[in-house]
Design a protein around this ligand. Structure first.
Ligand code: TLP
Length: 340
């Protein structure tokens, strides 16, 4: 089966499995896991932040950022299709007690002028705006890269207003590789960043949250409150170190494969390509086939390919480490067969 449902599906490499097996570990709640300490130091260096925290998932990293920066009754600015707003079970409200102020972006980019307008003034009727969230790459826009210009403009607006910026960088390294820039070129425009080790970077579990020391101390306490103190989790951090040192540059291969897939889809009668992929996500509109998503995906599965539903009449295909060139060729043939 060729699994294009998500880049979360990657299996750990042999090097990761060996590193996991031989990792030196300790109790991380006591701050005594040398492998976690090494990963957190490395992540802080790479992002140019004072400190970093190893967390269970991208969702946990995002939520810890909101919990550490906001108080109940605050408002945070989010993009309307962002993961934090769209896919995290309203955790910002359920856990941090904040409400979202939603701005619709273009390919994931919010207009800085709209962000400025959305920041609340000092008025007894209003909540306080306490965080602005960006997402890069932007998942629901098909893994689009949010440009450095857009990030800078929003960061300037935020700084003028004294409001911190958080980046949901679950796939930040895809943006870095696609633009040939450094991680710090992106993270200079935020106060905190979350990125996933478990997606294109191939680790089985884990994300990083990075920011100022005081912020990370608060996030660490929130992680413990939420039951996320993980003891001998250096086994997982060992794989995370491989992700950061060995798995970044190869993301370009995933992007090439997504482009090849997208190019072929453009030539299939009945399918409409929604995005020309900047990175590793391809969105396809299947409405012309007159098949419902479930039916289309089931038939695709019969042809040996898995994809996910991505809104009414749309599916998403994601390339990753475990998808070969031959798999892409197979996926193209499978799509042709399903369209008929
Ligand atoms: N995204 C998953 C699903 O939850 C949709 C996927 O398959 O793409 N931020 C962004 C931008 C994400 O795409 C994801 C995961 C997360 C955060 C959450 O990461 P995890 O799954 O580790 O909690």
């Amino acid at each position: 089966m060729i699994d294009l449902r998500s880049d979360t599906l990657t299996q750990p490499t042999k090097e990761m499995r060996d590193a996991i097996y031989t990792a030196t570990v300790g109790d991380d709640v006591y701050g005594e896991d040398p492998t976690i300490n090494k990963l957190e130091k490395l992540a802080a260096e790479i992002t140019g932040k004072e400190a970093a925290l190893f967390v269970t998932s991208g969702t946990q990293g995002n939520q810890l950022a909101v919990l550490a920066q906001c108080s109940p009754g605050d408002e945070i600015i989010v993009e309307s299709e962002s993961h934090i707003f769209f896919y995290e079970g309203a955790a910002i409200s359920a856990l941090a007690g904040v409400q979202p102020r939603v701005i619709t972006g273009v390919r994931g980019e919010m207009d800085p002028a709209l962000v400025k307008q959305a920041i609340r003034s000092d008025d007894i009727h209003f909540p306080d705006t306490s965080l602005i969230c960006l997402e890069n790459t932007h998942n629901r826009s098909g893994g689009s890269v949010v440009s450095l210009d857009n990030m800078k403009s929003i960061y300037d607006v935020a700084r003028d207003a004294g409001i911190p910026v958080h980046i949901d960088g679950a796939r930040l390294f895809n943006s870095v590789v696609a633009t040939n820039k450094n991680v710090k070129d992106f993270t200079q425009y935020c106060d905190s960043v979350q990125f996933c080790l478990s997606k294109g970077l191939g680790s089985p579990v884990g994300s990083i949250l990075a920011g100022e020391r005081r912020f990370i101390d608060k996030a660490r306490k929130w992680r413990k409150r939420l039951g996320g103190g993980m003891r001998q989790a250096g086994f997982l951090a060992a794989s995370g170190i491989i992700s950061l040192t060995k798995m970044v540059d190869r993301l370009a291969e995933d992007h090439d494969k997504a482009r090849k897939l997208a190019g072929a889809i453009e030539d299939i009668n009945g399918l409409v390509l929604v995005n020309r992929p900047d990175t590793n996500i391809v969105i396809v509109n299947i409405e012309k086939t007159k098949q419902r998503n479930e039916e289309f995906l089931e038939r695709l599965k019969q042809e040996g390919v898995l994809a996910v539903s991505f809104g009414e009449g749309q599916i998403r295909l994601t390339t990753h480490y475990d998808v070969s060139d031959a798999d892409i060729d197979h996926a193209i043939s499978a799509l042709k067969a399903v369209v008929g």
